[in-house]
Design a protein around this ligand. Structure first.
Ligand code: F58
Length: 872
């Protein structure tokens, strides 16, 4: 259907010069050199690592683009139901190594026994390119290191979106991601004198070879203005004219998303804001040239920067502008594509599923209703049926402070027509509720999209998202249950519980196993006799590892891989620590690497972790001072390094103080001669995806210790287990299902349960029972300036939050259990290494459930009703 209008002659020429993928090292080298010379205008004599990275990326991208085009053509021809994943964040990290692993060349298709000399061990295009680069005089590892992270996200939510696009391509789903192309991603974190300092992340500094600008597509987006309903005052339900007051253009940048072992290459479309070319003629003619240009330039600020908050809402006008800009541009694109198919509007939900990642894209629901009613002139109710059958909503938090609410005044000024539509949606919704539950005024005010109780009337975005969707899901079982019994309880009553469902999060094993941990991946593929890495598509194959769990030879290999990865992390830390080793090389093997890396937040309880470290330190000192020998101390407290990493939101005072405390404790402990190498503390600055790829494989133990009921799922817990690390954790988020899958013998769980949290908080509010002795010891030392000799009160806010302000995160309730569980960890790790290795192997063997491929299948089957489009 696409080709019929093209004359035979043109088609012939086109076919004769059909672009070809490189398939061999030789072809790659040719492509590489042509990019160095033509694309970069450089040469053999000035091709440094950065240029080599860019030329390699351009070459690999050429291959991807060929498959990208074919994928789009195939999808257009077959016209399947399409999936759109709307997320304000895509925390992609680096693209090149991932593309090398996922990319398909003929090299990969050939048999293992092929004699082609470029096909050395591994038989993959990654190996082939590595060797080809060597011949050209470059080391692949160095080249990969030149790439800046695409850090367009804050944490778990953004990284989840990145894993999902990988799995959607791998599963051959006709699915696009839609997001924003921020010019500045999440800030880079520096640690100066122990404090976090933020610096801008200008990731596009050296141009981005992974994006394709579509400058010819420019979607006009309006803001402000007023609604015109003509002379005779029509109803707001009828088509209305929104006369926008400010206009900017949305220009898409496309990123190819290659699937693994498939030629499907999907698209991630990120929008960038540009000024219109219309000039403000009035100002211009008044001689105010500079101001009129400045106003035009203001447009670009919409996509300038990612808001750096994690689980906290900052109600800024620019943020709402970002949201509408992106929703409107994406929907325009989606609707345009739908209209090309000339199908009836009523078929829209059969053709399209839109998943909204948290409430940030909720305006897309309103925008589609506006398009259908105002522009396409559909009847209100007909339109609303289409809208609600199209959208589905994923919730990622139950914490009040993260639930989005926008003041009516702001929303009405920025988007006057949308506010009217929201009122009408709410009006019909409340009528339905009234019919079902007559005279329940309390219920009506509780579920109203408009919150009236606060000083300022606000729009509750989560409620709007629920009303506008056909399915609502949480991200782990416990969390999905919690939203039904707490924040969305009334909606379960109204809609029934079938509208609410669970899809437990997952991670892509391509990046988080194969790419991050090549040694483990190799050991696995050898052991289960899967040289082509098919287990990365069917992770249930990992269960074959179980039979080696107690095999001593295998345990040794397993341990060697861990040792290698710990060394790799120690090298990174040395580099970050001005060339100074934290742990002596010889001691790495018998030092337990205890890691907590994630956004810094009180609910995640890094403070409890560092209190635990202080407790250990003080107790070790006591032992030594009471005359114990080092050997005796080591028996009770074996060698350990506590590693932290993560960013605090720039305005989050307590989180920043936690970072400072960690660094202050590190200062004291690491310089305490008496303690020697028995305990070390290190805060890794600027934790990001590419650092996570080094950190995750190196853990013996990782900490996932949120107050029960606060961490919706967590995804790093899965990453650590997939890399053979054990977990110390609370009964929270996906820890629950991880335990079910890998077995409770293989995880160190502790602490109060979610069901007891309310009661405990209540108790703290009304009876101050004080803190347990173990914690008191820690807090006293802090208060006495043990870690802040210049300023004894520096950490008082952390102490007060527990002792005087109700201990909202229940540190005092969980501390003793935490300490004793850590002691149990010590015992197993140091006294029974075989037992430890067995747990590690069994964990990996049973972690398959947490592949994001499984998530995507669940979304496709139970929410989107979408099918893969397989390449022939
Ligand atoms: C995270 N949320 C959850 N939000 O905290 C985590 O438990 C879960 O595993 C993950 O989502 C994926 O489901 C999260 O990362 C944010 O970063 C938002 C950014 C925008 C402002 C509000 C918080």
């Amino acid at each position: 259907a696409i080709e019929t209008t093209i004359p035979a002659q043109s088609r012939e020429i086109w076919n004769k010069h059909k672009v070809q993928k490189f398939n061999t090292a030789d072809e790659f080298q040719e492509r590489f050199i042509s990019h160095v010379e033509w694309t970069l205008a450089r040469s053999l004599y000035n091709c440094d690592d950065l240029a080599a990275y860019q030329a390699t990326s351009q070459s690999v991208r050429d291959n991807l683009v060929i498959d990208w085009n074919k994928t789009q053509q195939r999808q257009t021809a077959r016209d399947p139901k399409r999936v759109y994943y709307l997320s304000l964040e895509f925390l992609m990290g680096r693209a090149l190594d991932n593309a090398l692993i996922n990319m398909r060349t003929d090299t990969d298709v050939r048999d293992v026994g092929d004699t082609d000399e470029t096909l050395t061990k591994g038989n993959t295009s990654r190996e082939m390119i590595k060797n080809a680069m060597n011949e050209l005089g470059f080391k692949l590892e160095d080249i990969l290191d030149e790439e800046p992270d695409a850090a367009l996200g804050n944490g778990g939510l953004g990284r989840l979106a990145a894993c999902f696009v990988d799995s959607m391509a791998t599963g051959n789903y006709p699915a696009w991601g839609y997001g924003l192309r921020y010019q500045y991603g999440i800030f880079a974190q520096k640690i100066i004198n122990g404090y976090q300092v933020e610096t801008p992340d200008y990731w596009l500094n050296f141009t981005n070879p992974w994006e394709i600008e579509r400058a010819e597509i420019q979607v006009p987006i309006n803001f402000y203005g007023y609604v015109d309903r003509g002379q005779n005052e029509k109803s707001t339900l009828e088509p209305s004219d929104w006369i926008g007051g400010e206009r900017v253009l949305a220009v898409p940048y496309d990123m190819p998303i290659p699937g693994f072992k498939t030629s499907t290459v999907n698209n991630l479309r990120l929008w960038s804001a540009k000024p219109t070319t219309e000039f403000d003629f009035k100002k211009f003619n008044n001689g105010d040239y500079k101001n009129s240009v400045e106003e035009q330039q203001r447009a670009e600020s919409i996509t300038a920067v990612l808001y750096p908050n994690d689980n906290f809402l900052q109600g800024k006008e620019l943020r709402l502008k970002q949201q509408y800009f992106w929703c409107a541009a994406s929907l325009h694109d989606i609707v345009r594509r739908f209209k090309k198919g000339k199908r009836a509007w009523s078929e829209f939900p059969d053709a399209i599923a839109i998943q909204i990642n948290d409430t940030h894209p909720t305006l897309a629901i309103v925008e589609l209703q506006r398009i259908l009613v105002d522009l396409e002139k559909l009847d209100w109710h007909e339109a609303w049926k289409i809208v609600t059958s199209t959208f589905a909503f994923t919730n990622h938090t139950v914490m009040q402070e993260a639930l989005e609410k926008w003041p009516i005044s702001l929303l009405g000024r920025l988007l006057p027509r949308h506010l009217e539509i929201i009122y009408d949606i709410n009006w019909f919704f409340l009528q339905d509720v009234e019919k079902k539950f007559p005279h329940d005024m309390d219920l009506l005010s509780r579920v109203s999209v408009i919150e009236e109780s606060s000083q300022e009337r606000q729009v509750r975005m989560a409620y709007l998202a629920i009303i506008g969707s056909h399915k609502v899901n949480g991200v782990a079982e416990l969390h999905s249950d919690l939203i039904k019994t707490t924040i969305f309880k009334d909606f379960v009553k109204i809609y029934g519980s079938n509208k609410f469902t669970n899809v437990t999060n997952g991670i892509t094993p391509r990046r988080w196993l194969k790419q991050a941990n090549p040694k483990l991946a190799q050991l696995i593929s050898e052991t289960i006799n899967d040289p082509e890495d098919n287990y990365l598509l069917d992770m249930s194959k990992l269960t074959q590892l179980s039979k080696y769990a107690e095999d001593e030879k295998f345990q040794k290999k397993w341990n060697d891989v861990k040792q290698f990865n710990k060394q790799r992390l120690a090298d990174l830390i040395k580099k970050l620590n001005n060339g100074v080793d934290i742990i002596e090389r010889d001691h790495i093997r018998n030092t337990l690497f205890d890691i907590q890396v994630k956004r810094i937040h009180e609910y995640k309880r890094q403070q409890m972790n560092i209190f635990g470290v202080i407790h250990r330190y003080l107790t070790m000192k006591e032992l030594l001072q009471s005359g114990a020998s080092i050997e005796e101390v080591v028996k009770k407290y074996p060698r350990k390094v506590s590693i932290f990493g993560g960013k605090s939101a720039p305005g989050y005072y307590m989180a920043k103080l936690i970072i400072k405390l960690i660094n202050s404790v590190a200062d004291v402990v690491n310089n305490d001669k008496e303690i020697q190498d028995l305990l070390k503390v290190y805060f890794i600055p600027d934790y990001n995806v590419s650092k996570a790829e080094i950190i995750t494989p190196a853990s013996d133990l990782s900490e996932h210790i949120s107050t029960a009921g606060t961490e919706a799922s967590g995804t790093s817990n899965m990453k650590f287990v997939m890399n053979g690390g054990l977990i110390i954790g609370t009964v929270d988020g996906a820890n629950v299902e991880i335990t079910r899958e890998i077995g409770e013998d293989n995880i160190f769980l502790f602490g109060n349960l979610a069901e007891n949290v309310d009661e405990l908080r209540y108790k703290h509010q009304f009876h101050n029972e004080g803190v347990p002795a173990s914690l008191a010891k820690v807090l006293d030392a802090m208060q006495n300036g043990a870690f802040s000799p210049q300023n004894h009160s520096e950490f008082m806010p952390l102490i007060d939050s527990i002792k005087s302000h109700g201990d909202y995160y229940l540190v005092s309730d969980d501390f003793e259990a935490y300490i004793s569980t850590q002691e149990l960890v010590d015992q197993v790790y140091h006294k029974d290494k075989k037992e430890w290795l067995k747990k590690s192997i069994l964990s990996v063997a049973n972690i398959g459930f947490f592949s994001s491929d499984r998530c995507i299948e669940e979304y496709a089957d139970t929410i989107w009703n979408a099918e893969p489009v397989k390449p022939e």
